[in-house]
Design a protein around this ligand. Structure first.
Ligand code: PMV
Length: 348
């Protein structure tokens, strides 16, 4: 590591450029950008936030305003292979299709890979999602986590999970949590250089815990989460209340996981999601990811609760709902939401 960078890292208030941030993380590994093998592979699950990340305090380093807590969904995610090729242009395949260099997905990926590019080389990337891209099912989370794992494999960095989570966060905030199975907690951090903003696994098994994926619309979402967050932070007066609530919800949910208090977890997660959406709706122009079918599903969830069937929902930057319930309610819930895909994260 350069002496100037090492002295910067002694100061928690020092801001790093994105390139310095990447260098600070990968410089722990020997020969940071000399490939040790012909290709690298990485695979990571999607995750669903139970208490959400909404708002960046630093857009360049992808630093959040608040911490968040998630559950990963095994079997749903991204597999990515990576190789260095000679040339100027990356060759990117998504789900078997070669993308043109001007495709937004390819541009974002190449911009990220620029930070890890030996001079004169391009990358060949082959990435396969088992969830629809940009459908509110957080494929960018599994995508950037898998990409970082593929880089770690290609260069044989052997970075620890904390460093991998830092790099994945830099690609897409929620990707910091996709390095882990089960529950994960992404620390907001306080340092300006972002080196304390990473996720860790919460070491708790909850075999009865179920997540239902209620797909309302799997089309491309109209406003990206980055753009949505930025607009909310800039134009929503209600947003002031969010950071404190988000941190409190995260602690409540963490505690509910440890004590297996499903009612507390479900109620807090649903309220957290609705509060996040309330801040989006109260921006101008308004951002409303919901469709009529999303609202109908919410009413159905509330009706089931009135009938004594304990089920809650959460929603991200899209129209789809993710239902939270325990295994004993699965038959009743599947009767209400026929054909819905159910994942038991700890029973996969
Ligand atoms: O990581 P991003 O930039 O795709 O943002 C994710 C934002 C939400 O999915 C809405 C919330 C979250 O914590 O995952």
């Amino acid at each position: 590591m350069h002496a100037a960078l090492s002295s910067l890292l002694q100061r928690p208030d020092a801001a790093l450029t994105p390139q310095q941030f990447v260098e600070a993380v990968i410089s722990q590994a020997p020969n940071a950008l000399s490939p040790s093998q012909a290709s690298g592979f990485g695979e990571a699950p999607v995750n669903i936030a139970l208490s959400k990340y909404w708002g960046k305090r630093d857009a360049a380093l992808n630093l959040p305003v608040n911490g968040s807590l998630s559950i990963s969904l095994p079997g749903l995610g991204t597999q990515t292979s990576l190789a260095l090729i000679e040339g100027a242009e990356d060759q990117i395949q998504l789900n078997g299709q070669t993308l043109t260099a001007d495709a937004p997905f390819a541009q974002r990926l190449s911009r990220f890979l620029d930070y890890f590019r030996p001079p004169g080389y391009a990358y060949q990337v082959d990435t396969v999602n088992s969830v629809p891209t940009a459908a509110g099912l957080a494929s960018s989370a599994s995508g950037y986590a898998a990409l970082v794992l593929a880089l770690n494999d290609l260069y044989q960095w052997q970075l620890d999970k904390k460093s991998l989570s830092l790099l994945a966060r830099f690609g897409s905030g929620s990707a910091s949590r996709s390095l882990f199975d089960g529950f994960a907690l992404w620390h907001c951090g306080t340092r300006q250089d972002g080196l304390d903003s990473y996720a860790e696994a919460i070491d708790e098994n909850w075999p009865e815990f179920c997540v239902g994926l209620l797909k309302v619309d799997i089309g491309e979402k109209p406003v990206s989460s980055t753009a949505g967050m930025q607009q909310t932070v800039e134009t929503c007066a209600l947003y002031q209340a969010w950071p404190q609530k988000a941190e409190a919800d995260m602690k409540t949910i963490h505690q509910a996981i440890v004590t297996r208090d499903f009612s507390q977890l479900g109620a807090t997660a649903e309220h957290n999601a609705l509060t996040m959406h309330a801040t989006m709706i109260a921006t101008w122009p308004p951002i409303l990811y919901w469709q009529p079918e999303s609202v109908a599903a919410m009413h159905k969830v509330w009706e089931l609760r009135r009938q004594g069937i304990e089920v809650y929902f959460t929603m991200d930057a899209g129209p789809n709902l993710k239902l939270l319930f325990l295994e004993k309610q699965k038959p009743a819930i599947l009767r209400a939401f026929e054909g819905m895909q159910v994942i038991q994260p700890f029973k996969a």
